[in-house]
Ligand binder design. Structure first.
Ligand code: 13P
Ligand code: SF4
Length: 361
């Protein structure tokens, strides 16, 4: 082992001794040391989402965090290259905020079921159907959808973003469950218009106007207009799972990401962004927790809180986040791949939506 690998191995071992077997730690420390050397050579910064596997999470990133925290770091960096250990919409957000930098995503396959659930044409159809109603897009969307939106939000600021609009009606896209959770928290109604069979196919302006009027006249009180996108991971957690775990472990504290259904969130003890869940475990005294989110985060929290027991439901994994490995990150830096591009006209409009969100805090 050379000196850099030894230093990296010692650092990783201090955190991961009880989580990652030594044989794997040694191998991954070698990869991580190589990545750090290239990172310095190429003047790069590495951002790592909280869902990264423990050996990556605790070795190469300059910053780890949830979507909002990493957007902020991406906006602030003065490095030439941003390597985003996360999924494509996150890397795109970094490019939107920092167009002069090279943004690299280590895998081409790191998508997201929420981002794939809606197109810019869908948003335009919704805007025609509900004219003048502000559009909030979850940051888990692609740049062209952000470009059609007034403001973005993440799971950690969605409530504040909706409130900031001071409107009784808000189009909230594309996560059905995050929308449902925000509506529940604020005491709003939420509806899911049939956009494909109505506004998208309106034959003329008169027909469109009638559709608008009929939809809007049906709205009573503060109402969110939602979209039926779902996270393929969080939609799988059920109230039945929660009851079964509580029966087996009566003391357990259950944390659910707000991409879980409103029923699951209501049956849990805490709901918040990935960053908020990490802080919750750090700051509370309970001995045992269940995380309803990507399983790797349970490993990362367990490593940082050896006195606390993390139960995991690991049959549910994010196939996109799991694409990002140390091997691919090394190749990303060696081969300058995969470069994220956003057409300038789209980027400028998307920038406004992301920047408004960041300004809210
Ligand atoms: P956070 O913003 O809470 O990190 O969530 C991102 C995500 O994709 C969760 O599935
Ligand atoms: Fe997308 Fe869900 Fe994976 Fe998060 S966990 S990146 S929302 S598919």
């Amino acid at each position: 082992m050379n000196q850099q690998t030894q230093t990296m191995y010692d650092k990783m071992r201090a955190k991961l001794e009880k989580v990652v077997p030594d044989v794997e730690l040694r191998y991954k420390a070698g990869l991580a040391a190589e990545i750090l050397e290239l990172k310095r050579e190429k003047n790069a910064v590495i951002l790592g989402h909280n869902y990264m596997e423990p050996a990556l999470y605790y070795s190469i990133p300059d910053f780890v965090g949830d979507s909002l925290e990493l957007s902020r770091k991406a906006a602030q960096t003065n490095k030439d290259i941003i390597v985003f250990c996360g999924v494509k919409f996150m890397a795109e957000t970094a490019k939107i905020l920092n167009p002069t930098k090279t943004v690299l995503l280590p895998s081409e396959k790191a998508g997201c079921s929420l981002a794939a659930s809606i197109t810019a044409a869908d948003v335009r159809a919704l805007k025609r159907k509900f004219p003048g109603v502000p559009v909030v897009s979850y940051v888990n969307t692609y740049a062209d959808v952000k470009a059609e939106s007034d403001i973005c939000c993440t799971s950690s600021n969605a409530i504040a973003v909706v409130q900031s609009l001071k409107s009784d009606r808000v189009i909230f896209l594309p996560d059905e469950y995050l929308g449902g959770n925000v509506a529940r928290e604020l005491g709003w109604n939420i509806i899911f218009p049939e956009i494909n069979s109505t506004a998208k196919h309106a034959k003329n302006a008169k027909e469109e106007e009638e559709l608008n009027l009929s939809d809007l006249s049906g709205l009573r009180g503060k109402t969110m207009i939602g979209w039926r996108g779902r996270c393929e991971v969080h939609e799988k957690f059920t109230v039945k799972d929660i009851k079964a775990v509580r029966q087996q472990f009566p003391e357990v504290v259950i944390l659910a990401h707000p991409e879980c259904s409103p029923e699951v969130v209501a049956a849990s003890d805490f709901s918040g962004s990935t960053g908020a869940m990490i802080r919750y475990v750090e700051q509370s005294k309970a001995p045992q927790y269940l995380l309803l989110t990507e399983c790797a985060m349970g490993d990362n929290i367990a490593a940082a809180n050896p006195d606390k027991e993390m139960l995991r439901l690991c049959s549910v994994r994010c196939p996109h986040m799991n694409q990002i490995t140390l091997e691919d990150t090394l190749d990303a830096l060696k081969l300058d791949r995969y470069i994220i591009e956003v057409p300038e006209e789209i980027r400028q409009r998307a920038y406004q939506a992301v920047e408004r969100m960041i300004a809210i805090g």
